[in-house]
Design a protein around this ligand. Structure first.
Ligand code: 2GW
Ligand code: MN
Length: 298
């Protein structure tokens, strides 16, 4: 991996010079105190990034879960990913499902393939969402490590509505939750019971990260999902489950393993959230309305 970056050479390109004395965005934070970029429209040049990642022949795995009734979201999810996700790069879709026979046939652009990974559908919906950590962890060393450089893990009740490309790739990637990015840490819905492995005290916390979009190198995703799964199992044995399930454990992990890149809510938006949208130049990945009664079986 490092060798591929070392050998990288860009072609001659024409573009606007970065201005040393001018911020590309002055209305939002674009760099964390630990020097991780926060990715907002206007902060990056997609052409430069595409050349860089193209010349290292990067390949990206996109993991999604289609368990039980959520299989209905798969068609539109993949169709929109074909239009907007990592266009021009090598992509493997990893579809985890308990209904392999109900996966539609897709015609994918060249360099892209869909891999079905059959898994069990847990009874409780909380287990369906939380067990994603264990399943991604296992698939990381069984499959992903031999096939892709990076893993991107997302919710499936979603659609792509604008470009999501190599600007999101980094060693360890978290996404600002659309409901909390302007809030103080005291308002974050972290797990606040000290008995839980996901516990975050009131005077700690950087951001509230979304459970529905994280990623990184295969090795890092293996670590992240393994640690989150272990924390969930410890809690389960003590009869406690964190407030927002996998999202709570992910937030705890990111507090002490800080992301090397953070995605703005452009990358996980929900029109039903009612958050301030002035800073939002693009909506790239949108929650689709779930008809709670029909889809969910809580
Ligand atoms: C989940 C909740 C209630 C009923 C069903 C399900 C369900 C989820 C399911 O029956 N089948 C299934 O495949 N899923 C997968 O889990 C699917 O990929 C879905 O996108 C993902 C998370 O569930 P979702 O999208 O219904 O939950 P949200 O949108 O409320 O998600 C946030 O909170 C979750 C924890 O409660 C997760 O952290 C999630 O990542 C967050 O976005
Ligand atoms: Mn969701």
């Amino acid at each position: 991996d490092l060798d591929r970056w070392r050998e990288l050479q860009l072609p001659r390109m024409q573009y606007n010079q970065p201005a040393t004395l001018t911020q590309s965005r002055t209305d939002v934070l674009t760099l964390t105190p630990w020097f991780a970029p926060i990715v907002w429209e206007g902060t990056f040049n997609r052409d430069i990034l595409n050349e860089q990642f193209k010349s290292m022949n990067v390949s990206i795995g996109l993991t999604v879960f289609a368990i039980k009734k959520y299989i209905v979201f798969l068609q539109h999810f993949i169709d929109t990913a074909e239009m907007f996700f990592m266009v021009g790069h090598r992509v493997n879709y990893y579809v985890f499902t308990d209904r392999p026979n109900e996966v539609p046939k897709f015609t994918l652009a060249s360099g892209r393939r869909l891999v079905i990974i059959e898994v069990i559908g847990y009874k409780r919906w909380q287990d369906v969402t939380m067990r994603r950590m264990e399943m991604i962890h296992n698939a990381s060393m069984e499959t992903f490590i031999n096939e892709v450089d990076y893993i991107v893990s997302v919710d499936m009740d979603m659609k792509f509505t604008d470009l999501v490309g190599v600007e999101i790739l980094s060693e360890r990637v978290g996404t600002l939750h659309p409901g909390y990015y302007w809030s103080g840490r005291q308002s974050f819905t972290y797990e606040r019971r000290s008995q839980s492995e996901a516990y975050i005290p009131g005077d700690e916390g950087d951001f509230y990260y979304a459970g529905g979009f994280f990623g990184g190198s295969v090795r890092e995703v293996y670590q992240l999902t393994g640690q989150c799964h272990n924390a969930m199992m410890k809690d389960k044995n003590r009869g406690i489950e964190a407030l927002w399930h996998d999202e709570s454990y992910l937030n705890k992990y990111f507090l002490y393993h800080k992301p090397t890149k953070i995605l703005s809510p452009e990358y996980l938006w929900d029109n039903g959230m009612g958050s301030p949208e002035a800073v939002l130049k693009k909506k790239r990945f949108l929650a689709v309305g779930k008809n709670s009664a029909a889809i969910r079986n809580k």
